[in-house]
Design a protein around this ligand. Structure first.
Ligand SMILES: [Fe+2]
Length: 258
C-alpha cells in the first residue's frame, strides 16, 4: 500500500511537501520538497529510501529542496516539459498518463493540469477501482484555487478545474501544496454567504484537515460558481457575469484583490 506523510513548513507560505512511500518496499517519492533537512529526518525515522523527487511545478517554494535532497539521496528529479530550464536539477520529463510509482495494487499517475502555470502537473493516487487522492500543487486548494500571477492563466485554470478536478470521485482526498484553509474560508464567507454546509464544516475543522473532493464541491466557492448564494453576492457587489466561466474568472479576480 502507498502511505502518505505530509510535511508542513511553518513559514508564511505554509508549504506542504509530501513523502509518498510503499510500506512494503520502503521505496519513497517526495512531492514538492521545501525543507530538505526535515524531509531527510522523516525518511530516516520511517526507514524509507527516496528514489525520486516529483515537482508539481517550477515555482521556488515547490523546488527549493531539490538539489540538497538529490545530493544526499541520488534521487531522480521529475517535472513538466515546459519547466525544463526552470526546475533545479531536473532529470526526467513527465507527461499526462505516466505512472511514476506503483506499490502492490496502487499507483501514482500524472495529470497535466495547466492554469496556475503552464508547467503544472498533479499526481493522482489510484487503485484498480477508484481514485483515492490527488496531489494538486497550486491548482486546487482547500476552499480555493491557485492564483495565476506567475506564468499562469485563469481561463486555463477554469478548464482544468472544470474538466479534470470536478470529475474526481467525492471520496478522493485532496493534498494541496499549501495550507490556505484560513484565508480561503474567510473569502468563502465573504463571497458565498448563504452556505450552511461551509458554516458547519468550518465549526468542526481540525488543523491541517485533509478534505474530500465531495466536501470541496460543497464548500469551495470556485466549485459553487453556479449557486444562487455566489451569484446573488456577485450581483450585490455589482459584478457582471454571464456563464459559469465568467463567474469563475470574476471569483479569481476578486480573490486576487481581496
Ligand atoms: Fe506556485
Amino acid at each position: 500500500m502507498i502511505e502518505i506523510l505530509p510535511i508542513f513548513t511553518h513559514s508564511p507560505l505554509r508549504n506542504f511537501s509530501y513523502i509518498v512511500y510503499s510500506n512494503r518496499t520502503g521505496e519513497a517519492y517526495v512531492i514538492d520538497p521545501f525543507d530538505a533537512k526535515s524531509i531527510l529526518t522523516y525518511t530516516k525515522q520511517f526507514g524509507v529510501k527516496i528514489k525520486g523527487i516529483l515537482n508539481t511545478h517550477e515555482h521556488g517554494d515547490h523546488t527549493q529542496g531539490n538539489l540538497e535532497l538529490k545530493e544526499e539521496t541520488k534521487a531522480i528529479i521529475y517535472g513538466h516539459t515546459n519547466a525544463k530550464d526552470k526546475i533545479p536539477g531536473l532529470d526526467q520529463i513527465l507527461k499526462e498518463g505516466d505512472i511514476v510509482f506503483s506499490a502492490e495494487e496502487e499507483s501514482l499517475v500524472v495529470w497535466d493540469t495547466p492554469g496556475h502555470t503552464f508547467s503544472h502537473l498533479s499526481f493522482v493516487r489510484k487503485n484498480p477501482n477508484t481514485i483515492l487522492g490527488i496531489f494538486s500543487g497550486d491548482t486546487l486548494f482547500n476552499a480555493g484555487v491557485g492564483n495565476c500571477f506567475r506564468g499562469g492563466d485563469p481561463n486555463a485554470l477554469y478548464d482544468t478545474i472544470q474538466s479534470r478536478f470536478e470529475t474526481l470521485p467525492d471520496t478522493c482526498l485532496l493534498y494541496p501544496g499549501h495550507d490556505y484553509w484560513d484565508n480561503n474560508l474567510k473569502f468563502s464567507c465573504h463571497i458565498d454567504p448563504e452556505n450552511e454546509f461551509r458554516n458547519s464544516y468550518k465549526t468542526s475543522l481540525k488543523p491541517f484537515q485533509v478534505s474530500e473532493i465531495g466536501a470541496e464541491k460543497k464548500l469551495n466557492p470556485f466549485f459553487r460558481r453556479n449557486t444562487d448564494s455566489v451569484k446573488d453576492r456577485l450581483t450585490e457587489l455589482k459584478e457582471s457575469f454571464s456563464d459559469e466561466r465568467s463567474v469563475f474568472l470574476t471569483l479569481r479576480r476578486l480573490r486576487d484583490q481581496w
